[in-house]
Every structure is written in C-alpha cells, then in structure tokens.
Design a protein around this ligand. Structure first.
Ligand code: F6P
Length: 324
C-alpha cells in the first residue's frame, strides 16, 4: 500500500477533523501518500481529490464539522456510480480507503470493497453511538456534553416558571444520547425507543413528581421514541390530562452535531486514525476500528453494520432511582 484515500461521509460529527488529521499524519509517519476525498462518495465519483501532507491538517484538531465536507450520495447507491468511483480511485492510484462515517457509509464501503476487491477500513463517526463494535463513536461524547449544557440552561428557565419541558434530542433509532444526557442533566423522565414507558405511566410519574414537591420537570425524549406520535403530541397529552402543568417543548436539533470536540473525542479520533492506517498496512481489509474495554479493536465491517448496540439497562434503573 502506497496511497490511501480518506473521506468523511453521512452526518458529520465532532471529532471527524481530528480523525482526518490522525489518518493524514499516520500516513506521513509511515511514508505513505494520503489523498483527501471531498464530499464523501460523491467526491470519489467526481474525482474531487486533494493530496494532504502532515502540514495540511494543522490547527484542525479542535474544529467541529469536517474540512473534507460530507454528503449522502445517491449515485453511489447504484452499481454505475460505484463503477465510476472505482475508476476514479484507480486513476488516482489509490490502494485503500479510510471511511469516517456511520452505518450507511459502512454499507457503501462494504459493497464497494466486495465488488472491486478494494481494501477499506471504517472509523465510526456519528453522534448517535449506534454502531456495533465500539463502545463509543466519534462525536458521541461531545454531543452528550452539548446536550447536557443545553438542558442545564433549559432547567434555569423551567424552574423560574414552574414549567414542564419536553426536550427532544437526536439519536435516530436509538436512545443512547437521551439516556446518558438525561441522567447527566438530571431529567425527571427519559423516553427512549428501547423501552416503552407508555403515555399513562408518564402521567403517573409526573403526578408523583409533583406530589413529592417538585415544581418543574424536564423530560428528555429521544427522536426515535414512540411513546407519542411526536414530542408535541406528548405536550398536548400532558396538557389534557394534567391541566395544572404549563408545558413547553424544545427540539435541540442540529446544534447537537456541531462544536469543538471534547478531549475524549480528540483522543479517540487520534487513536482510531492510527489503528485504521496501521491495520491496512498489516493487510487487513473490511474492518471497522473501535474501542472496547479501553483498547482499540477491529470488527468486521458487515458485523458493525448489522449488529445491534445494547442500551445500558442499569443506567435506566439509576435514572429511576435518581428521580425519587
Ligand atoms: O446520524 C446523525 C443524525 O444527526 C441523527 O441523530 C439524525 O436523526 C440525523 O442524523 C439527521 O440527519 P440530517 O442531517 O439529514 O437532517
């Protein structure tokens, strides 16, 4: 292997720049050429490349977003698109590809690799933490801190007005952000897709909380939760059943994807980039790097895509005890 391509794909997440930096510098360390591919697979199809040396990634470790930009390419989902991408990769002399992204990006990498016998390595970059084979994805820790900070602010106004706030957080189909940020921010209830609390039990819980002397409450709702049709449906349901409550909704949205990465995410990104490049040099392909029990680990990319991440049930219990 002499030349490695690196791209960011799918939803961006804090720490992607730190991972690009790590891949580029590990290549430089091992005297390999590194080529940045802009806008994910779309840039691969269009040949939107730039050679990156160790100095071209100065001052990005602390930056949110991705200097390589990101995209969700429709064209790459077609065989024709992937054939053009392969042609471009060969023309540029790429020997392997490091894909920083989520499960959709890994599915693309896997198919591309199988069709063309092309070495690929995945680095899990998503705030959702929904990838099997790593206890933490890049950006998840930063997103948790962002959400906790936002809820701390909402708490100030909630308690001043004796209000109940529903705070919707991201996470796609999983509740990792909601559960962990909910516990970290001291939420009264946490609604996640993995556990069906039910609207009636929510009402009972809120009644109990009022009876125990609490005048304001925060309920964190994962965007994938199905307790109500959506977070506004929950608001109307509570207003109907508990008219004494003044309810507000706050949807945190894409601010959860931005910001300077936490120290944890920067260190994780640095470690993952080294592991990705050195694993390719060791002749490994079709793996995703991850962290397991504080150690770097490789997981076959098909398992990373198909596997399910478990929610920490003990944390749910901790949350229940904390709302006593
Ligand atoms: O996967 C990251 C994520 O931010 C999810 O939490 C969310 O459901 C989705 O992406 C939003 O996607 P988009 O940026 O296309 O609105």
């Amino acid at each position: 292997i002499e030349r490695i391509g690196v791209m960011t794909s799918g939803g961006d997440s804090p720490g992607m720049n730190a991972a690009i930096r790590s891949v580029v510098r590990t290549c430089a360390y091992h005297k390999l050429e590194c080529v940045g591919i802009y806008r994910g697979y779309q840039g691969l199809i269009e040949g939107d490349f730039k050679t990156l040396d160790a100095r071209s990634v100065n001052n990005i470790i602390n930056k949110g977003g991705t200097i390589l930009k990101s995209a969700r390419s429709k064209e790459f989902r077609t065989r024709e698109g992937r054939d053009i991408a392969f042609k471009m990769a060969k023309e540029k002399g790429l020997d392997a590809l490091v894909v920083i992204g989520g499960d959709g990006s890994f599915t693309g990498a896997m198919i591309f690799s199988q069709e063309n016998d092309f070495p690929v390595m995945g680095i899990p970059g998503t705030i959702d933490n929904d990838i099997y084979g790593t206890s933490s994805t890049l950006g998840y820790d930063t997103a948790l801190n962002t959400v906790v900070e936002a809820i701390d602010k909402i708490r100030d106004t909630a308690s001043s007005h004796n209000r109940l706030f529903f705070v919707e957080v991201m996470g796609r189909d999983v509740g990792h952000i909601a559960l962990n940020a909910g516990v970290g921010a001291g939420a009264e209830e946490i609604l996640i897709p993995e556990e069906d609390l039910g609207k009636e039990r929510l009402i009972e819980s809120l009644k109990r909380s009022r009876a125990s002397g609490k005048s304001s409450s925060i309920v964190v709702v994962a965007e994938g939760d199905k307790t109500g049709e959506n977070v506004f449906d929950l608001k109307y349901y509570v207003e109907e059943n508990l008219p004494e409550y003044e309810v507000r909704v706050s949807v945190l949205g894409h601010m959860q994807r931005g910001g300077s990465p936490s120290c944890w995410d920067r260190v994780l990104a640095s470690r993952m980039g080294v592991k990705a490049v050195e694993s390719l040099l060791d002749g490994k392909t079709n793996y995703m790097v991850g962290i397991k029990d504080s150690m770097m680990a490789l997981t076959p990319i098909d398992q990373a895509v198909k596997g399910k991440t478990d929610i920490d049930l003990e944390l749910l219990r901790v949350s229940d005890i904390m709302t006593t």
